[in-house]
Ligand binder design. Structure first.
Ligand code: IMP
Length: 464
């Protein structure tokens, strides 16, 4: 059977913890989209493992697959694998031959485009990992797939076609001299990023290593065989529904499909296989967001937070939630935007993904507040709506209609996790039951702290 884990909001919902929890019962954990724009920390026997590309299950001895829907930076992949090996692990990672390769010029272009947009309201705030430009090349039929790294002739031919185009784009469209971007992008040799021979040498070596270590697979076949042999497969979504390229707040989105349909397209299994399993929506009990885009239930202004100029009740509330929830970028340390839970966003996610269960994280972060609010519906242009509008401009005009819940007390959440649902504070249960009823989906798990054991587990989808 399969279990698909999907972010129901804007990424950073705590999917890693749920993958970790339920992934124990899985034999294979497969990612189906995205690349090293994701970030998760796994703690095993007191050791911290920081990963952005390798599926987290690899730390626990599971087979990790990067499906065809992923974009793979081989340098990140091997750096992560080597670090895990230095830490005494033996990760088993397979990469789809149909997955696309992130090359250094993708990273340069990602950064330049963001820079060009920096004074406008269309700046996305990307992770700068080259994700968008790589998916652009995939759709433009000029991408280089992982399988191409294994064949020297094909690799050279593809590079000879595409690299001059990228150089022209930088120099003639963006009017950027390559010498000017030299030290702007950490870890990228900008000169070599546009040099066919240098790229060929470097990527040919990656291909050889992939081959030597027998790491590439036809992902669909590999996963189908696992399932036929009675194996359990987990699909690990990265990012979240509201930054899905189709279903999110375009253009403030990532360039792939984190939604559950992506699990079929991005692995090579049929939607019926994914649909026969469970689809678990991961919900953070409030909202946080990195990057631009509408956020009708936003609390305070994050720029004021950065500048230290904010004041008033909302600002203080935002500061409190941000600090309690550790809502700061893992790389930059910049504060994330925060807001109340947004039900129109979640109704949209429940429909687009077909959730069969929910895992609600971080209810401990809200503990101790007198009141907890939820954006129940929106009002836009005089009309009340209960899901998000299709255009971002209309979404930006939405005003939330807030529903107020009584707050719940701060308790020993470790005890709650041990004792189970009965021990969850009553007002938090009211909040969770509202969520479950509105989305017509049972709550399978409640995250009450960052650790693996700090989860109240009501159902394990692999046992259903
Ligand atoms: P990209 O995926 O780097 O192209 O970034 C596009 C948008 O998705 C930006 O707003 C990023 O902040 C956001 N994003 C990408 N990956 C993540 C993630 O793992 N968590 C939260 N936001 C993300």
């Amino acid at each position: 059977m399969t279990v698909t884990i999907v972010g129901s909001q804007l990424g950073d919902e705590g999917k890693g913890g749920v993958v970790d929890l339920y992934g124990d019962a899985a034999d294979v954990i497969a990612r189906y989209q995205g690349g090293d724009n994701a970030g998760h920390t796994v703690v095993e026997d007191g050791t911290k493992y920081k990963l952005s590309l390798v599926p987290s299950g690899a730390v626990r001895g599971k087979v990790g697959v990067l499906g065809n829907g992923c974009v793979v930076n081989p340098k990140t992949l091997f750096d992560e694998i080597d670090t895990l090996r230095e830490q005494g692990l033996d990760p088993d990672v397979r990469v789809a031959r149909r997955a696309h390769t992130i090359l250094p010029y993708h990273r340069v272009l990602d950064n330049i485009e963001e820079d060009v947009k920096s004074d406008t309201d269309i700046k996305v705030g990307t992770t700068g990992r080259g994700i968008g430009p790589t998916y652009e090349d995939k759709a433009g039929r000029r991408g280089i797939r992982i399988g191409d790294l294994l064949d020297p002739d094909v690799l050279r031919k593809r590079l000879e076609y595409v690299v001059p185009q990228k150089r022209a784009l930088i120099e003639d469209v963006y009017n950027v001299s390559l010498a000017d971007v030299d030290d702007v992008i950490e870890g990228v040799d900008v000169q070599n990023a546009f040099d066919v021979s240098a790229l060929y040498e470097q990527y040919r070596r990656f291909g050889e290593r992939l081959d030597e270590e027998n790491m590439t697979v036809a992902a669909g076949e590999f996963l189908a065989e696992t399932i036929e042999d009675g194996g359990e497969v987990m699909f690990e979504g990265a990012q979240g529904t509201s930054i899905d390229i189709d279903h999110g707040n375009y253009p403030y989105v990532t360039s792939s499909n984190p939604t559950a349909g992506g699990a079929a397209v991005g692995t090579g299994l049929g939607p019926t296989t994914v649909g026969q399993g469970e689809v678990i929506g991961i919900v953070k009990a409030y909202l946080s967001r990195v990057g631009s885009g509408p956020l009708p239930t936003e609390l305070g202004d994050v720029d004021e937070q950065i500048e230290g100029t904010g004041e008033g009740e909302e600002y203080e509330l935002a500061t409190y939630i941000r600090e309690e929830g550790g809502e700061f970028g893992t790389v930059t340390g910049r504060p994330r935007r925060v807001g109340w839970l947004d039900m129109p966003m979640l109704r949209h996610a429940a429909r687009a993904n077909g959730f069969t269960g929910l895992a609600v994280n971080h209810i401990d972060v809200l503990a101790g507040l007198d009141e907890v609010k939820v954006g129940h519906t929106y009002t836009v242009d005089g009309e009340e709506i209960d899901t998000i509008p299709a255009t971002t401009e209309r979404w930006e005009r939405c005003e939330p209609n807030l529903k107020t819940f009584e707050g719940w007390e701060d308790v020993d959440w470790g005890d709650v996790a041990r004792e189970g649902y009965e021990a969850v504070p009553e007002n938090a249960k009211t909040y969770l039951e509202y969520l479950s009823e509105e989305l017509d989906t049972p709550v399978y798990a409640i995250g009450v702290g960052p650790g693996r054991d700090e989860t109240v587990v009501r159902e394990n989808p692999f046992e259903n």
